[in-house]
Structure formats: structure tokens, C-alpha cells
Design a protein around this ligand. Structure first.
Ligand SMILES: *Cc1c(COP(=O)(O)O)cnc(C)c1O
Length: 393
């Protein structure tokens, strides 16, 4: 099944619990924090940031999201096949070989040049369908989008094509990913000029969007965006309770994913036993250890995680040395009672302790949104109620 990994009952030793109830609450809280009338688009690229595009896309649709955003056509088609009927916007403009796909799968296309608009119009015409188009304008981030000087030509090329519907105008702001209250404001003002130009030419579409997760709890930015005419936001990380910037949304968003594994073995390293290929690091003393079926192929951040811990029996157990491809060793010196089969938490809460995606990102030097991108062996289990359900046996 698309976007879902299933394990045989009883065979699962490492899994990610995905709390769709928390996802819904996050959407609700984000909505409440925005100036009224803003549409919310859920960004579910990269398999919904590792949470599973199909189940997450369907859940967001049930929770009333206004649309979904993906990076490429293939991700859009995956969502359609998973039963998502909500509007979907694809960020990458279609390649020549993909021009028919927006019409065939009812995907909203991004257009950044008049030539792209004309090619897409020809393909949509042939398919006998109307395609929704969002024009992306560059406000300084990595060269994505139409140049400001070309904007009116691009908008006009879309609006004159009967097979295209000019639905949106957008940009993406890099500055909001910095730690500053007003980060992104200069880019947003540039976008405001583009919006004014479009309005002046009579070519302003209904959906105007610029802000992403880290901006959504900064009134300075949300108010400025509403003032220049923004009518929507695109939100990925925050929906999953992931904070891209320190302090962002700190009070109100709940993590959606927790990651767990069962201890497969408990053993003892004798002084001199080697616990790490690369450094041939030898245990300095007798060390009781748990073997966990979770290595860097299951969570690539582990490869860079130094001094990390996981939770067993409600206590932190230091990750010993560097994880292997499919397993890791945890130091049980302070928790000698651990048994094979015990549940360990790699991300999430156990007892009074909590390991967050943000902690792991800070330790491993990764962006927080990279941490939940897990390997194919980690089974995802979806919880849909506030009460939850049993872990796999
Ligand atoms: C990934 C992406 C987003 C979502 O960013 P978050 O910080 O996760 O909310 C929004 N817009 C575009 C264009 C993107 O590529």
C-alpha cells in the first residue's frame, strides 16, 4: 500500500508511532493563530516528512486542510492514488516529459516562465482538462521562481490560456528560517511589490502565499503578509510538531512521531571489547549493554549522533560508541534490570523523560525536519484517537 510500511504481526522490532490526533490538533492551533480567512496548505513532500504521505494526506483532508503541497509530480500522483481528493500543488514546475501529468491527475502546477505556461496549456488542451496554476516568483531564495521583471508576462501567459486557471501567486522566504523575529520581512516586502504589480495588471489570483512554518507564530510576519494581500500559508514542519527555529511555537504544537524499538539482546562488554568499527574504541570497563535493532539505516541522524541517549524503563541509556548499520548498543550501567523485549524510546516520551526531534537535530547538526526521515525497515503505526492503541507484540 502506498506510503505505508507493514510488518508481519509479531515481527516488528522497530516502529514509529504516528499520532494523527496530534496532527489534527496542530492544524487547528496553527489555524487559530493566523489572521482570519487565511487558507492553510499542508506540505507533505518527502513522504510527509517521513510520516507517510498517504495516511497523513488523507488525515489532513479529513481535518479540513485547504490543500496539500508536494515537491514533484510523482508525490502528487501518490497522494491521488492514496485517495486524496483535495487540491494538490506541485512545487517543481513540470518538465517537458511531465506536461500531461497535471491534467491527468488533477495536480496544480507551478509555473515560472511564459514558455512553461504555453507548453502546459498545450498539454492541458490536448487532455481536454483545465489545470490550476500557481505562479512562483523569486524573492531571493535559491533562484526559485520567475524573475520579478518577467512576472506580468508569466501571469498573462497563464491567464490567456483557456486550459489554465490562474489560481495562485507565491514565493518562499528563506529569512524565516533564521532566529530573528523579522527574518524574511525584506523578502516579504519584495513579494508585496510583486503582488501589487499583479493587482495593478488585473492579474492577481485568489491564492497568494509566502509564509511557511517558522513564520506562523510571528505576528509581525503574519500581519504583514495579510496586509500585502496574502490569503494562504504553506505549512509542513509545524504540522508535525517540528520546530525549525529555536523557540518557534514553543507552547502549543505537539510532536506527531515517536520512534521505538524493542531490546533484542542484553549482553556485557568486557574491558578491551571493541564497540565501534571506525575508532576501534574499546570498552574501558565491564559494561552491560542492550542491543537495539535500530541503526543508521533506520535513522541516518544516528550516524552523526554523538553523546545521544535513548530511554529504557523510564531512564536515559547512553548510546554507546557509534551505531552500526542495523543496530546500536545502549549502556545499561545505570539500568541493570533491562530484559530482551523491553521497549526503548528513541524519539518521544517515556516516564518523566523526553527525547525530541529538536534535541537530536541540535546534537547531530541536522535540520530538524531531517530527523524523522527513517529507513524502510521502520514500520509506521497510525493512531487516530486521543486514547491510542497497543504497540506491536
Ligand atoms: C518545504 C516547503 C515548505 C514547507 O516548509 P516548512 O518550514 O516545513 O513549513 C513551504 N514552501 C515550499 C516552497 C517548500 O519547498
Amino acid at each position: 500500500m502506498t506510503g505505508t510500511r507493514t510488518g508481519r504481526r509479531g515481527s516488528t522490532t522497530a516502529w514509529a508511532d504516528i499520532d494523527l490526533h496530534a496532527l489534527g490538533r496542530n492544524l487547528e492551533r496553527l489555524r487559530r493563530g493566523l489572521p482570519s480567512g487565511q487558507a492553510v496548505f499542508g506540505v507533505v513532500k518527502a513522504d510527509a516528512y517521513g510520516h507517510g504521505a498517504g495516511p497523513v494526506g488523507r488525515a489532513l483532508q479529513r481535518f479540513g486542510v485547504d490543500g496539500l503541497v508536494v515537491a514533484d509530480m510523482g508525490e502528487g500522483i501518490t497522494l491521488r492514488r492514496a485517495g486524496v481528493t483535495a487540491p494538490i500543488l506541485v512545487i517543481d514546475p513540470p518538465l517537458q516529459s511531465q506536461l500531461r501529468l497535471p491534467a491527468l491527475h488533477r495536480l496544480g502546477a507551478t509555473v515560472t516562465s511564459a514558455a512553461e505556461a504555453r507548453a502546459l496549456a498545450t498539454a492541458a488542451n490536448r487532455a481536454g482538462r483545465t489545470v490550476d496554476v500557481h505562479v512562483r516568483v523569486n524573492t531571493g531564495f535559491a533562484g526559485f521562481g520567475a524573475a520579478h521583471a518577467d512576472l506580468i508576462d508569466v501571469l498573462a501567459a497563464v491567464s490567456v490560456a483557456p486550459a489554465l486557471r490562474l489560481e495562485g501567486l507565491y514565493t518562499h522566504l528563506s529569512g524565516v528560517y533564521g532566529p530573528y523575529e523579522d527574518g524574511g520581512l525584506v523578502e516579504l516586502e519584495r513579494f508585496g511589490e510583486a503582488v501589487d504589480a499583479a493587482r495593478g495588471a488585473g492579474l492577481l489570483p485568489p491564492l497568494v502565499h509566502a509564509l511557511s512554518s517558522p513564520a506562523l507564530d510571528r505576528p509581525l510576519l503574519t500581519n504583514a503578509a495579510a496586509r500585502i494581500g496574502c490569503t494562504a500559508v504553506r505549512c509542513g514542519a509545524a504540522l508535525f510538531g517540528i520546530r525549525m527555529v529555536d523557540g518557534e511555537g514553543s507552547a502549543s504544537l505537539a510532536p506527531v512521531m515517536s520512534v521505538k524499538a524493542r531490546v533484542t539482546r542484553v549482553t556485557v562488554l568486557e574491558p578491551g571489547d571493541v564497540a565501534d568499527y571506525a575508532t576501534a574504541g574499546a570498552a574501558p570497563r565491564r559494561t552491560p549493554v542492550a542491543v537495539l535493532p535500530f541503526g543508521f539505516s533506520d535513522g541516518h541522524h544516528l550516524h552523526r549522533l554523538a553523546g545521544g541517549v535513548l530511554l529504557i524503563r523510564g531512564c536515559p541509556a547512553p548510546i554507546l560508541a557509534r551505531p552500526f548499520m542495523s543496530s546500536l548498543l545502549a549502556d545499561l550501567t545505570d539500568i541493570p534490570s533491562v530484559q530482551p523485549g523491553d521497549e526503548a524510546v528513541l524519539i518521544g516520551r517515556q516516564g518523566d523523560h523526553r527525547i525530541t526531534v529538536e534535541d537530536i537535530a541540535a546534537r547531530s547538526g541536522l535540520r530538524p525536519s531531517a530527523v524523522p526521515l527513517l529507513g524502510p525497515r521502520v514500520v509506521r503505526r497510525y493512531r487516530t484517537s486521543a486514547t491510542g492503541e497497543e504497540p506491536p507484540e
